[in-house]
Design a protein around this ligand. Structure first.
Ligand code: DGY
Length: 436
Protein backbone atom coordinates (compact mmCIF):
# COMPACT_ATOMS: atom_id res chain seq x y z
CA UNK A 1 0.00 0.00 0.00
CA UNK A 2 1.35 3.48 -0.78
CA UNK A 3 1.64 6.05 1.97
CA UNK A 4 -1.09 8.06 0.29
CA UNK A 5 -3.47 5.09 0.39
CA UNK A 6 -2.71 4.58 4.07
CA UNK A 7 -3.32 8.26 4.81
CA UNK A 8 -6.64 8.14 2.94
CA UNK A 9 -7.70 5.12 5.00
CA UNK A 10 -6.69 6.88 8.19
CA UNK A 11 -8.76 9.92 7.23
CA UNK A 12 -11.77 7.68 6.66
CA UNK A 13 -11.37 6.18 10.14
CA UNK A 14 -11.24 9.63 11.70
CA UNK A 15 -14.12 11.03 9.65
CA UNK A 16 -16.33 8.04 10.53
CA UNK A 17 -15.60 8.48 14.24
CA UNK A 18 -16.28 12.23 14.20
CA UNK A 19 -19.69 13.17 15.67
CA UNK A 20 -20.81 16.12 13.59
CA UNK A 21 -23.58 17.33 15.92
CA UNK A 22 -21.36 17.66 19.02
CA UNK A 23 -18.07 18.25 17.23
CA UNK A 24 -15.91 15.56 18.82
CA UNK A 25 -14.45 12.18 17.88
CA UNK A 26 -15.01 8.88 19.66
CA UNK A 27 -11.90 6.72 20.13
CA UNK A 28 -13.81 3.86 18.48
CA UNK A 29 -17.32 2.49 18.03
CA UNK A 30 -18.87 0.48 20.89
CA UNK A 31 -15.91 0.18 23.25
CA UNK A 32 -15.40 3.95 23.76
CA UNK A 33 -18.55 5.89 22.77
CA UNK A 34 -17.73 9.29 24.37
CA UNK A 35 -15.00 11.94 24.21
CA UNK A 36 -11.74 10.97 25.94
CA UNK A 37 -9.29 13.67 26.99
CA UNK A 38 -5.88 12.57 25.68
CA UNK A 39 -7.43 10.74 22.74
CA UNK A 40 -8.92 14.06 21.62
CA UNK A 41 -5.55 15.76 21.74
CA UNK A 42 -3.91 13.15 19.50
CA UNK A 43 -6.95 13.15 17.22
CA UNK A 44 -6.68 16.94 16.79
CA UNK A 45 -3.08 16.49 15.59
CA UNK A 46 -4.32 14.11 12.87
CA UNK A 47 -7.16 16.40 11.77
CA UNK A 48 -4.80 19.39 11.68
CA UNK A 49 -3.19 17.85 8.57
CA UNK A 50 -6.33 17.90 6.44
CA UNK A 51 -9.27 19.55 8.23
CA UNK A 52 -8.28 22.42 10.53
CA UNK A 53 -11.90 23.09 11.38
CA UNK A 54 -12.41 19.61 12.84
CA UNK A 55 -9.15 19.89 14.78
CA UNK A 56 -10.37 23.12 16.36
CA UNK A 57 -13.82 21.73 17.11
CA UNK A 58 -12.25 18.70 18.80
CA UNK A 59 -10.28 20.92 21.19
CA UNK A 60 -13.26 23.21 21.80
CA UNK A 61 -15.53 20.27 22.61
CA UNK A 62 -13.05 19.07 25.23
CA UNK A 63 -12.59 22.52 26.74
CA UNK A 64 -16.35 23.11 26.82
CA UNK A 65 -16.47 20.65 29.72
CA UNK A 66 -13.60 22.19 31.70
CA UNK A 67 -14.49 22.65 35.35
CA UNK A 68 -14.60 26.11 36.94
CA UNK A 69 -11.37 25.34 38.80
CA UNK A 70 -9.44 24.58 35.60
CA UNK A 71 -9.70 20.79 35.82
CA UNK A 72 -10.18 18.98 32.49
CA UNK A 73 -11.88 15.61 32.96
CA UNK A 74 -10.91 12.30 31.38
CA UNK A 75 -14.28 11.50 29.76
CA UNK A 76 -16.93 13.94 28.54
CA UNK A 77 -20.33 12.29 28.30
CA UNK A 78 -21.70 14.48 25.49
CA UNK A 79 -24.21 11.81 24.59
CA UNK A 80 -25.97 8.79 26.10
CA UNK A 81 -24.75 5.29 25.37
CA UNK A 82 -25.37 1.90 26.91
CA UNK A 83 -22.26 0.31 25.41
CA UNK A 84 -19.85 1.55 28.12
CA UNK A 85 -19.40 0.97 31.84
CA UNK A 86 -18.92 2.93 34.11
CA UNK A 87 -21.01 5.75 32.68
CA UNK A 88 -22.07 9.17 34.02
CA UNK A 89 -24.43 7.77 36.68
CA UNK A 90 -21.50 5.98 38.25
CA UNK A 91 -19.02 8.86 38.12
CA UNK A 92 -21.39 11.61 39.30
CA UNK A 93 -19.01 14.48 38.63
CA UNK A 94 -21.56 17.00 39.92
CA UNK A 95 -20.60 15.97 43.46
CA UNK A 96 -17.75 18.43 43.06
CA UNK A 97 -19.01 21.99 43.58
CA UNK A 98 -16.92 23.37 40.70
CA UNK A 99 -17.66 20.60 38.18
CA UNK A 100 -18.93 21.55 34.73
CA UNK A 101 -22.54 22.65 34.94
CA UNK A 102 -23.17 22.04 31.25
CA UNK A 103 -21.63 18.57 30.82
CA UNK A 104 -21.56 15.28 32.65
CA UNK A 105 -17.97 14.11 33.03
CA UNK A 106 -15.79 11.86 35.11
CA UNK A 107 -14.06 13.22 38.23
CA UNK A 108 -10.60 12.18 37.11
CA UNK A 109 -8.28 13.44 34.39
CA UNK A 110 -5.77 12.08 31.86
CA UNK A 111 -2.23 13.01 30.71
CA UNK A 112 -2.28 16.77 29.96
CA UNK A 113 -1.57 16.81 26.24
CA UNK A 114 -3.46 19.95 25.20
CA UNK A 115 -0.53 22.38 25.57
CA UNK A 116 1.72 20.52 23.16
CA UNK A 117 -1.24 19.67 20.93
CA UNK A 118 -1.92 23.40 20.42
CA UNK A 119 1.72 23.84 19.44
CA UNK A 120 1.52 20.90 17.00
CA UNK A 121 -1.61 22.46 15.49
CA UNK A 122 0.19 25.77 15.10
CA UNK A 123 3.11 24.08 13.35
CA UNK A 124 0.91 22.00 11.02
CA UNK A 125 -1.94 24.30 10.02
CA UNK A 126 -1.04 26.60 7.14
CA UNK A 127 -3.21 29.60 7.97
CA UNK A 128 -1.00 30.84 10.82
CA UNK A 129 -3.08 33.96 11.55
CA UNK A 130 -6.24 31.92 11.93
CA UNK A 131 -4.71 29.20 14.11
CA UNK A 132 -2.92 31.74 16.29
CA UNK A 133 -6.21 33.49 16.80
CA UNK A 134 -7.78 30.19 17.85
CA UNK A 135 -4.88 29.54 20.24
CA UNK A 136 -5.27 33.03 21.72
CA UNK A 137 -8.89 32.24 22.54
CA UNK A 138 -8.04 28.98 24.28
CA UNK A 139 -4.54 29.09 25.70
CA UNK A 140 -5.49 30.59 29.07
CA UNK A 141 -7.82 27.64 29.68
CA UNK A 142 -4.87 25.29 29.31
CA UNK A 143 -2.72 27.52 31.52
CA UNK A 144 -5.47 27.41 34.18
CA UNK A 145 -5.47 23.65 33.91
CA UNK A 146 -1.74 23.52 34.63
CA UNK A 147 -2.18 25.95 37.51
CA UNK A 148 -4.81 23.63 38.92
CA UNK A 149 -2.38 20.70 38.76
CA UNK A 150 0.41 22.55 40.56
CA UNK A 151 -1.97 23.91 43.18
CA UNK A 152 -4.03 20.80 43.94
CA UNK A 153 -2.00 17.80 42.82
CA UNK A 154 1.38 18.58 44.35
CA UNK A 155 1.00 18.35 48.14
CA UNK A 156 4.76 18.61 48.81
CA UNK A 157 5.14 21.54 46.39
CA UNK A 158 7.95 19.74 44.62
CA UNK A 159 6.91 20.31 41.01
CA UNK A 160 5.63 16.77 40.42
CA UNK A 161 1.90 16.14 40.30
CA UNK A 162 0.12 12.98 41.42
CA UNK A 163 -2.54 10.82 39.84
CA UNK A 164 -5.05 9.07 42.07
CA UNK A 165 -6.38 6.51 39.62
CA UNK A 166 -4.82 4.17 37.08
CA UNK A 167 -7.21 5.55 34.44
CA UNK A 168 -5.61 8.97 34.93
CA UNK A 169 -2.27 7.51 33.82
CA UNK A 170 -3.69 6.45 30.46
CA UNK A 171 -1.81 3.16 30.90
CA UNK A 172 -4.84 1.62 32.58
CA UNK A 173 -3.92 -1.91 33.63
CA UNK A 174 -0.13 -1.68 33.57
CA UNK A 175 1.67 -4.19 35.82
CA UNK A 176 3.13 -1.06 37.48
CA UNK A 177 -0.04 -0.91 39.59
CA UNK A 178 -0.07 -4.56 40.72
CA UNK A 179 1.71 -3.92 44.01
CA UNK A 180 -0.68 -1.08 44.82
CA UNK A 181 -3.62 -3.43 44.27
CA UNK A 182 -1.85 -5.70 46.74
CA UNK A 183 -2.27 -3.01 49.42
CA UNK A 184 -6.05 -2.80 48.85
CA UNK A 185 -8.93 -5.12 49.60
CA UNK A 186 -12.01 -3.69 47.86
CA UNK A 187 -15.42 -5.35 48.01
CA UNK A 188 -16.52 -7.54 45.10
CA UNK A 189 -18.73 -5.03 43.33
CA UNK A 190 -21.75 -6.13 41.35
CA UNK A 191 -21.49 -4.60 37.89
CA UNK A 192 -21.94 -5.50 34.30
CA UNK A 193 -18.83 -5.12 32.16
CA UNK A 194 -19.52 -3.78 28.66
CA UNK A 195 -15.97 -3.71 27.28
CA UNK A 196 -15.78 -7.52 27.16
CA UNK A 197 -18.88 -7.64 24.97
CA UNK A 198 -16.89 -5.77 22.30
CA UNK A 199 -13.41 -7.23 22.78
CA UNK A 200 -11.99 -10.63 23.79
CA UNK A 201 -11.69 -10.67 27.61
CA UNK A 202 -8.10 -11.97 27.25
CA UNK A 203 -7.20 -8.52 25.90
CA UNK A 204 -8.86 -6.53 28.72
CA UNK A 205 -8.45 -6.09 32.51
CA UNK A 206 -9.92 -8.74 34.81
CA UNK A 207 -13.12 -8.31 36.89
CA UNK A 208 -11.08 -8.20 40.07
CA UNK A 209 -9.03 -5.34 38.61
CA UNK A 210 -12.29 -3.48 37.96
CA UNK A 211 -13.09 -3.82 41.69
CA UNK A 212 -9.93 -1.82 42.44
CA UNK A 213 -10.74 0.76 39.78
CA UNK A 214 -14.30 1.27 41.06
CA UNK A 215 -13.20 1.35 44.67
CA UNK A 216 -10.81 4.25 44.03
CA UNK A 217 -13.69 6.17 42.45
CA UNK A 218 -15.96 5.38 45.41
CA UNK A 219 -13.36 6.82 47.81
CA UNK A 220 -13.09 10.00 45.73
CA UNK A 221 -16.88 10.28 45.47
CA UNK A 222 -17.28 9.86 49.23
CA UNK A 223 -15.27 13.12 49.47
CA UNK A 224 -16.96 14.89 46.54
CA UNK A 225 -13.80 14.60 44.46
CA UNK A 226 -11.98 16.97 46.81
CA UNK A 227 -8.33 16.61 45.82
CA UNK A 228 -6.96 17.52 49.25
CA UNK A 229 -8.96 14.63 50.73
CA UNK A 230 -7.91 12.37 47.89
CA UNK A 231 -4.26 13.23 48.58
CA UNK A 232 -4.82 12.31 52.20
CA UNK A 233 -6.81 9.12 51.72
CA UNK A 234 -6.46 7.47 48.34
CA UNK A 235 -4.51 4.20 48.47
CA UNK A 236 -3.45 4.99 44.90
CA UNK A 237 -1.26 8.11 44.80
CA UNK A 238 1.45 8.02 42.17
CA UNK A 239 3.87 10.41 40.47
CA UNK A 240 3.83 9.03 36.95
CA UNK A 241 6.74 9.77 34.58
CA UNK A 242 4.51 9.74 31.49
CA UNK A 243 1.90 12.04 33.00
CA UNK A 244 4.48 14.48 34.37
CA UNK A 245 6.47 14.42 31.12
CA UNK A 246 3.29 15.37 29.22
CA UNK A 247 2.72 18.26 31.62
CA UNK A 248 6.32 19.45 31.23
CA UNK A 249 6.14 19.20 27.43
CA UNK A 250 2.88 21.16 27.52
CA UNK A 251 4.43 23.83 29.78
CA UNK A 252 7.23 24.26 27.23
CA UNK A 253 4.70 24.53 24.40
CA UNK A 254 2.69 27.16 26.29
CA UNK A 255 5.84 29.25 26.77
CA UNK A 256 6.52 29.19 23.03
CA UNK A 257 2.91 30.01 22.19
CA UNK A 258 2.67 32.86 24.69
CA UNK A 259 5.88 34.25 23.17
CA UNK A 260 4.23 34.20 19.75
CA UNK A 261 1.11 35.85 21.11
CA UNK A 262 3.11 38.50 22.97
CA UNK A 263 2.22 40.58 26.00
CA UNK A 264 2.19 37.54 28.31
CA UNK A 265 5.23 38.09 30.50
CA UNK A 266 3.58 37.07 33.79
CA UNK A 267 2.33 33.77 32.42
CA UNK A 268 5.70 33.00 30.84
CA UNK A 269 7.47 33.75 34.11
CA UNK A 270 5.17 31.42 36.05
CA UNK A 271 5.56 28.66 33.46
CA UNK A 272 9.34 28.97 33.60
CA UNK A 273 9.27 28.64 37.38
CA UNK A 274 7.11 25.51 37.18
CA UNK A 275 9.40 24.09 34.51
CA UNK A 276 12.63 24.58 36.40
CA UNK A 277 11.33 22.98 39.57
CA UNK A 278 9.55 20.14 37.74
CA UNK A 279 12.52 19.11 35.58
CA UNK A 280 14.98 19.22 38.47
CA UNK A 281 12.78 17.15 40.76
CA UNK A 282 11.81 14.74 37.98
CA UNK A 283 15.47 13.92 37.43
CA UNK A 284 16.18 13.56 41.15
CA UNK A 285 13.17 11.53 42.12
CA UNK A 286 12.04 9.49 39.14
CA UNK A 287 15.34 8.21 37.75
CA UNK A 288 16.41 4.72 38.75
CA UNK A 289 20.16 4.15 38.40
CA UNK A 290 19.90 0.37 38.66
CA UNK A 291 17.34 0.07 35.87
CA UNK A 292 18.87 2.85 33.78
CA UNK A 293 15.56 4.61 33.17
CA UNK A 294 12.76 6.64 34.75
CA UNK A 295 10.19 4.89 36.92
CA UNK A 296 6.94 5.67 38.73
CA UNK A 297 6.98 6.89 42.33
CA UNK A 298 4.42 5.55 44.78
CA UNK A 299 3.69 8.65 46.85
CA UNK A 300 1.36 6.83 49.23
CA UNK A 301 3.98 4.24 50.19
CA UNK A 302 6.96 6.52 49.53
CA UNK A 303 9.02 4.38 47.19
CA UNK A 304 9.92 4.02 43.54
CA UNK A 305 8.05 1.32 41.64
CA UNK A 306 10.96 -0.49 40.07
CA UNK A 307 9.69 -1.65 36.69
CA UNK A 308 10.42 -0.66 33.12
CA UNK A 309 7.55 0.35 30.86
CA UNK A 310 7.27 2.51 27.75
CA UNK A 311 6.51 5.38 30.17
CA UNK A 312 10.13 5.00 31.43
CA UNK A 313 11.41 6.44 28.14
CA UNK A 314 8.72 9.09 27.56
CA UNK A 315 10.77 11.86 29.26
CA UNK A 316 12.87 12.17 26.08
CA UNK A 317 9.76 13.66 24.47
CA UNK A 318 9.87 16.51 27.00
CA UNK A 319 13.58 17.31 26.97
CA UNK A 320 13.93 16.12 30.58
CA UNK A 321 17.15 14.04 30.59
CA UNK A 322 20.51 15.60 29.76
CA UNK A 323 22.41 14.08 26.81
CA UNK A 324 24.30 11.61 28.99
CA UNK A 325 21.15 10.36 30.67
CA UNK A 326 19.32 10.19 27.36
CA UNK A 327 22.08 7.82 26.12
CA UNK A 328 21.50 5.62 29.16
CA UNK A 329 17.75 5.37 28.79
CA UNK A 330 17.87 4.76 25.06
CA UNK A 331 20.42 1.98 25.65
CA UNK A 332 18.08 0.46 28.24
CA UNK A 333 15.19 0.69 25.82
CA UNK A 334 17.11 -1.05 23.04
CA UNK A 335 18.63 -3.73 25.32
CA UNK A 336 15.32 -4.64 26.95
CA UNK A 337 12.64 -3.80 24.37
CA UNK A 338 14.51 -3.56 21.08
CA UNK A 339 15.43 -7.09 19.94
CA UNK A 340 15.06 -7.59 16.17
CA UNK A 341 12.23 -10.13 16.56
CA UNK A 342 10.03 -7.47 18.20
CA UNK A 343 8.31 -4.35 17.05
CA UNK A 344 9.16 -1.28 19.10
CA UNK A 345 7.99 -0.37 21.64
CA UNK A 346 6.31 -2.84 23.98
CA UNK A 347 4.38 -1.07 26.73
CA UNK A 348 5.95 -3.22 29.44
CA UNK A 349 9.31 -4.93 29.96
CA UNK A 350 9.21 -8.10 27.78
CA UNK A 351 11.67 -9.86 30.09
CA UNK A 352 9.40 -9.50 33.14
CA UNK A 353 7.11 -12.30 34.31
CA UNK A 354 4.35 -9.68 34.43
CA UNK A 355 4.60 -9.12 30.67
CA UNK A 356 1.59 -10.20 28.62
CA UNK A 357 1.86 -9.56 24.86
CA UNK A 358 -1.91 -9.40 24.32
CA UNK A 359 -3.34 -7.64 27.31
CA UNK A 360 -3.92 -3.92 26.90
CA UNK A 361 -1.13 -2.05 28.77
CA UNK A 362 0.64 -5.16 30.08
CA UNK A 363 2.82 -5.54 26.96
CA UNK A 364 1.29 -4.54 23.61
CA UNK A 365 2.64 -1.73 21.42
CA UNK A 366 0.61 1.52 21.40
CA UNK A 367 0.84 4.03 18.58
CA UNK A 368 0.59 7.11 20.80
CA UNK A 369 3.59 6.06 22.91
CA UNK A 370 5.50 5.25 19.71
CA UNK A 371 4.64 8.68 18.33
CA UNK A 372 6.08 10.51 21.29
CA UNK A 373 9.13 8.25 21.47
CA UNK A 374 9.73 8.91 17.78
CA UNK A 375 9.62 12.66 18.34
CA UNK A 376 11.80 12.49 21.44
CA UNK A 377 14.42 10.20 19.86
CA UNK A 378 14.68 12.50 16.88
CA UNK A 379 15.10 15.58 19.03
CA UNK A 380 18.11 13.99 20.79
CA UNK A 381 19.64 12.89 17.48
CA UNK A 382 18.87 9.14 17.70
CA UNK A 383 17.71 9.14 14.08
CA UNK A 384 18.09 5.42 13.30
CA UNK A 385 16.14 4.29 16.33
CA UNK A 386 13.53 6.99 15.74
CA UNK A 387 13.06 5.73 12.21
CA UNK A 388 12.72 2.18 13.43
CA UNK A 389 9.94 3.26 15.82
CA UNK A 390 8.22 5.02 12.94
CA UNK A 391 8.64 2.11 10.49
CA UNK A 392 7.43 -0.40 13.08
CA UNK A 393 4.32 1.70 13.73
CA UNK A 394 3.52 1.97 10.03
CA UNK A 395 4.17 -1.75 9.46
CA UNK A 396 1.90 -2.79 12.32
CA UNK A 397 -0.97 -0.73 10.96
CA UNK A 398 -0.37 -1.91 7.40
CA UNK A 399 -0.21 -5.53 8.49
CA UNK A 400 -3.17 -5.61 10.89
CA UNK A 401 -5.25 -2.45 10.50
CA UNK A 402 -6.01 0.59 12.69
CA UNK A 403 -6.17 -1.31 15.96
CA UNK A 404 -5.98 0.06 19.45
CA UNK A 405 -2.84 -1.97 20.35
CA UNK A 406 -0.59 -4.61 18.82
CA UNK A 407 1.46 -7.66 19.72
CA UNK A 408 5.14 -6.73 19.83
CA UNK A 409 6.22 -10.21 18.62
CA UNK A 410 6.92 -10.28 14.89
CA UNK A 411 6.52 -14.08 14.84
CA UNK A 412 2.76 -14.07 15.59
CA UNK A 413 0.92 -15.53 12.61
CA UNK A 414 -2.72 -14.77 13.44
CA UNK A 415 -4.21 -11.28 13.68
CA UNK A 416 -2.14 -9.48 16.26
CA UNK A 417 -4.05 -6.19 16.30
CA UNK A 418 -6.02 -6.10 19.55
CA UNK A 419 -8.66 -4.07 21.41
CA UNK A 420 -10.84 -1.69 19.40
CA UNK A 421 -10.59 -1.55 15.60
CA UNK A 422 -10.77 1.65 13.54
CA UNK A 423 -9.18 3.33 16.51
CA UNK A 424 -8.95 7.10 16.14
CA UNK A 425 -5.55 7.92 17.60
CA UNK A 426 -3.85 5.10 15.66
CA UNK A 427 -5.25 6.74 12.51
CA UNK A 428 -4.51 10.32 13.56
CA UNK A 429 -0.92 9.71 14.59
CA UNK A 430 -0.19 7.55 11.55
CA UNK A 431 -1.12 10.57 9.42
CA UNK A 432 1.28 12.72 11.41
CA UNK A 433 4.08 10.13 11.28
CA UNK A 434 3.75 9.76 7.52
CA UNK A 435 3.74 13.50 6.96
CA UNK A 436 6.84 14.31 8.99
C1 DGY B 1 -11.45 2.07 29.70
O1 DGY B 1 -12.65 2.02 29.96
O2 DGY B 1 -10.73 1.07 29.55
C2 DGY B 1 -10.86 3.40 29.50
O3 DGY B 1 -9.59 3.32 28.98
C3 DGY B 1 -10.84 4.21 30.76
O4 DGY B 1 -10.35 5.45 30.42
Amino acid sequence: MTNNDLIKKAETVLNNNFKEDKGFTIPCEGLYPFQWNWDSGFIAVGFAHYDANKAKREVEALLSAQWENGFIPHIIFHNDSDTYFPGPEFHQSKLHPLASKSHRTTGMTQPPVLGFVLKEMYDIIEDKADILNFIKQNIDKVFNNHQHFYTHRDPNQEGLVFIYHNWESGTDNSPIWDDIWGTMDPPNYKFERRDTTHVDAAQRPTNREYDYYLHLIEIAKAHNYDEAKIAELSPFLVQDPLFNAMLIKSNAALIELYELIGDSEDKIKTLRQWQKKAITRFNEKLFNEKLGAYVHYDLRNEKQIEFLSSSSFAPIFADIPNEERAEIIVKTMMDKFGSEDRYLCASFDPSSDRFNPKKYWRGPVWINLNWLLFKGLKSYGFYDIANRVKDDSVQLIERYGFYEYFDSRKSVKENAGYGGNNFSWSAALLIDLLKC
